[in-house]
Design a protein. Structure first.
Length: 152
């Protein structure tokens, strides 16, 4: 089955747009990682960084083609990433509870480190889990809204 075209062939043939996008997509992804990693100490975080990461793949689909984007990251991979991110987030919370704390009480993880380092690592893990989940959900929503919903 053929996929829907996001933009017309005339628009897709723009060498300038394709070249600039090809150059910019890795930098957009790098910025998304930066926003995720520095989320607990500065503005940003897992949600914002995940949206930035997701929009880099959406840009790839708009400029090149939906098939190209799905070739780079399949719907099955996105579903696995979505589940993995949720597992990271909830796993840290459950480990906190099993260690005698409350859900996401970051200092209760059983690690041989000072409490402030345990807290920092726990928050980073939560931000990474949220970022992975949000990125996967944003891309999947785009694929299903634009693409053929019967394709797997």
């Amino acid at each position: 089955m053929s996929k829907k075209k996001i933009i017309s062939n005339e628009q897709r043939e723009s060498v300038i747009v394709r070249t600039i996008s090809r150059i910019m997509i890795p930098f957009i992804q790098l910025f998304g990682l930066y926003v995720i990693i520095h989320g607990e100490t500065s503005p940003g975080g897992g949600f914002q960084g995940g949206v930035i990461m997701g929009t880099s793949i959406i840009l790839l689909a708009i400029v090149f083609d939906l098939e190209e984007a799905e070739r780079r990251i399949s719907r099955k991979s996105l579903t696995a990433l979505m589940s993995f991110g949720l597992l990271i987030y909830s796993g840290i919370g459950v480990l906190d509870m099993l260690s005698g704390g409350k859900y996401l009480e970051y200092t209760k993880l059983p690690l041989p480190l000072p409490a402030h380092e345990i807290s920092t690592l726990s928050m980073l893990g939560v931000e990474i889990g949220i970022g992975i989940t949000v990125m996967a959900v944003i891309i999947l929503l785009f694929f299903y809204m634009v693409g053929d919903q019967n394709a797997t």
